[in-house]
Design a binder for this molecule. Structure first.
Ligand code: GDP
Ligand code: MG
Length: 165
């Protein structure tokens, strides 16, 4: 069976946008408001002749802040259990938030390989992304800058994905 790659992260970091970018179609629903997407979860994706199942997590409705954190945590746990690789998405525009650390705490305790993806980087310079360095403190390796919306550096991300499958 095909390896499973799960996209996890707090709401509004761009998980569904990245999912759409990778599967090459507008399958998941992207919303301006955090936490209100109803995502289709699984889609087959392919890169350099290697196919895998991509999972977009976080497609459950929730309203309260506490529920957002616990839902993100729950989704991350479910994803890790079944995934062969986790793409942990953070938002380089907002910088590091407590809910990112919640997810990171779970991911650091597993043997599942994790790629840390810093999304919303349309321009690859530290001057334009002063918050980028904060993500090193998560202890999950080097953040990979991408713009899911514009498809910037997503090819390099996928190159790294398939070397880990
Ligand atoms: P999710 O909740 O993590 O699935 O996030 P979404 O994919 O629904 O995106 C949340 C918001 O971030 C939407 O308004 C997107 O248009 C925006 N967004 C997603 N990716 C990017 C990106 O690469 N750059 C910028 N500037 N905005 C993005
Ligand atoms: Mg989403």
């Amino acid at each position: 069976s095909k390896p499973i790659v799960a996209i996890v992260g707090r709401p509004n970091v761009g998980k569904s946008t990245l999912f759409n970018r990778i599967v090459g179609a507008r399958v998941a629903i992207v919303e301006g408001q955090p936490g209100i997407t109803r995502d289709r979860l699984y889609q087959e994706a392919e890169w350099s002749g290697r196919s895998f199942m991509l999972v977009d997590t976080g497609g459950i409705d929730f309203q309260e802040n506490d529920e957002i954190v616990s839902n993100v945590r729950h989704q991350a746990r479910l994803a890790i259990e079944e995934a062969d690789l986790v793409l942990f998405v953070v938002d380089a525009r907002s910088g590091l938030l407590g809910s990112d650390e919640e997810v990171a705490n779970i991911l650091r305790r597993t043997d599942t390989p994790v790629l840390l993806v810093a999304n919303k980087v349309e321009n690859f310079s530290l001057e334009d992304n002063p918050q980028f360095l904060e993500f090193y403190s998560l202890g999950l390796g080097e953040p990979i800058p991408v713009s899911a919306a514009e498809g910037k550096n997503t090819g390099d991300l996928l190159d790294q994905v398939i070397t880990l499958l």
